[in-house]
Design a protein around this ligand. Structure first.
Ligand code: TRP
Length: 366
């Protein structure tokens, strides 16, 4: 098998809400580029609904309704089911099976040290009643990755501890049972503004509960309104005042979204973002002018996404059909890996004739 040489991408999201522009610059846009680059043998993008349930077990309808929303966002952003296998975690029972064995390759104290999980536990106020499945979700995530023999996992920096744990588990598996699984590497976003896009209120992260998101599915009017009310520099009261760029999320968004050609189209009196920033810091450039420019840049990016989403929304059954087919294809791959895993772990009792024959022969000798 050429499992070493193939370049396989796998990545995914928890379906707990519609995707926003933070997802788009942080991961979605890159996935589409990777998909269209032709450099990868296989690309899997999946919805981690099982992982989403680890802290939503009493609210399954939230996960259920977002599975279709996220699928629409994927398709709208340009993921093409002909090139990328789109699937849903819970429909691949092999992932549970692999997780079950992986759980024995990691200690409870190792799980408790995962910094991303630690932060999430604090944020969710679990205190002493942390669901065991939540604490262990990095193990299930390791199984997601290993089951598809993914070599590359595009993800944000918050996923680095997950990838590290995955590599440790895979290494330990291969050490005990022989080279069977592949150690993946993370592919971080290349633009630092894309690592973690702040919310429109300037708070560190876009999140539904803070109401500071711009969704891929927002209408043109909503986008316009949200950009116009964005947080800038509270000290920039008059146009003539010098403005600050630090913490000014209008400029953070421009760092993430704006390209040189946008100036020619929407703000020809400046040649580059550096020039615009210089004028802002010097004083004499009003927030509204910058926001109008940002709104134009955003609309240009979001308009084709909105159009495609509307098209797919007209035929929801076909979107479920895309997912169903993707699950079928994904299952085939995971089942192949699981056959290798069972063989390596010596739990393939019925398809190993030498095992049966040997024991049968030794029985006769007695
Ligand atoms: N933990 C990821 C998130 O919260 C989702 C995820 C689950 C994932 N399994 C994965 C990402 C495997 C990459 C690879 O967004």
């Amino acid at each position: 098998m050429n499992m070493k040489k193939e370049k396989i991408i796998l990545t995914g999201d928890r379906p707990t809400g519609k995707l926003h522009i933070g997802h788009y610059v942080g991961s979605l846009r890159r996935r589409v580029e990777l998909q269209n680059s032709g450099l990868y043998d296989r690309i899997f993008v999946f919805e981690a609904d099982g992982q989403a349930l680890t802290d939503n077990i009493d609210n399954p309808s939230k996960v259920r309704s977002n599975v279709i929303e996220v699928a629409l966002d994927y398709l709208a952003a340009g993921l093409d089911p002909e090139k990328t296998t789109l699937f849903i975690q819970s429909q691949i029972p092999e992932l549970c099976e692999l997780t079950f064995y992986f759980l024995d390759l990691v200690s409870v104290s190792r799980l408790q040290r995962n910094p991303t999980v630690k932060t999430e536990i604090r944020m969710r106020g679990f205190d002493e009643s942390i669901p065991a499945g939540f604490l262990a979700y990095p193990v299930s995530q390791a199984a997601d990755i290993a089951a598809f023999r993914a070599t590359h996992v595009p993800a944000g920096e918050d996923q680095e501890p997950m990838l590290e744990q995955c590599r440790e588990i895979v290494r330990r598996f291969n050490y005990i049972y022989g080279e069977t699984l592949v150690e993946p590497e993370i592919m971080l976003p290349d633009n630092s503004a894309c690592l973690r896009l702040p919310g429109t209120d300037g708070k560190a992260k876009m999140s539904k509960s803070l109401g500071n998101c711009i969704y891929l599915s927002d209408s043109a009017d909503e986008v316009e309104r949200k950009v116009k009310s964005m947080y800038t520099d509270p000290g920039h009261l008059r146009v003539s005042d010098p403005g600050r760029l630090e913490g000014n999320c209008v400029f953070t968004y421009l760092d993430a979204f704006c390209r040189a050609e946008h100036f020619g189209r929407y703000l020809p009196e400046y040649a580059s973002l550096d020039e615009l920033k210089a004028h802002y810091t010097r004083g004499g450039l009003g927030d509204m002018k910058v926001k109008k420019f940002l709104a134009a840049v955003m609309q240009e990016m979001l308009e084709p996404i909105r159009k495609r989403r509307a098209e797919f929304e007209k035929d929801i059954p076909s979107v479920y059909e895309i997912l169903r087919k993707g699950c079928e294809q994904a299952r085939e791959v995971a089942a192949n890996t699981m056959a290798d895993v069972r063989r390596a772990m010596k739990i393939n009792y019925f398809d190993d004739t030498s095992l049966i024959d040997e024991r049968a022969a030794s029985g006769k000798e007695d």
